[in-house]
Design a protein around this ligand. Structure first.
Ligand SMILES: [Zn+2]
Length: 89
């Protein structure tokens, strides 16, 4: 009997974060993109991180039209975001 992978192909948070930039750049294949989308649906922490980063990239993109994109600030912001624990209510 074949294993049904559809129930068990979800990725974990680390994998999601490792693929964040590729995902936002649209560089992932359909399968990986689906896996990340699926993860974002069930994981509020990653969803807010991806949503934040997406907005940030758009901001950087607009800003970089007149000046260079601050790669360092971007990484520092993301690192700060990942350290934050949103599960406090
Ligand atoms: Zn997650």
């Amino acid at each position: 009997m074949m294993t049904d992978e559809s129930q068990n192909d979800s990725i974990d948070c680390q994998t999601a974060f490792e693929s964040l930039y590729d995902y936002l750049d649209g560089e992932l294949d359909g399968e990986k993109t689906d896996a990340i989308k699926k993860h974002l649906e069930i994981c509020a922490k990653c969803f807010s991180a991806f949503d934040f980063e997406k907005s940030f990239l758009l901001f950087i993109e607009a800003r970089s039209q007149s000046q260079g994109a601050p790669e360092e600030s971007k990484k520092r912001l993301l690192a700060a975001l990942l350290k934050e624990d949103p599960a406090r209510d």
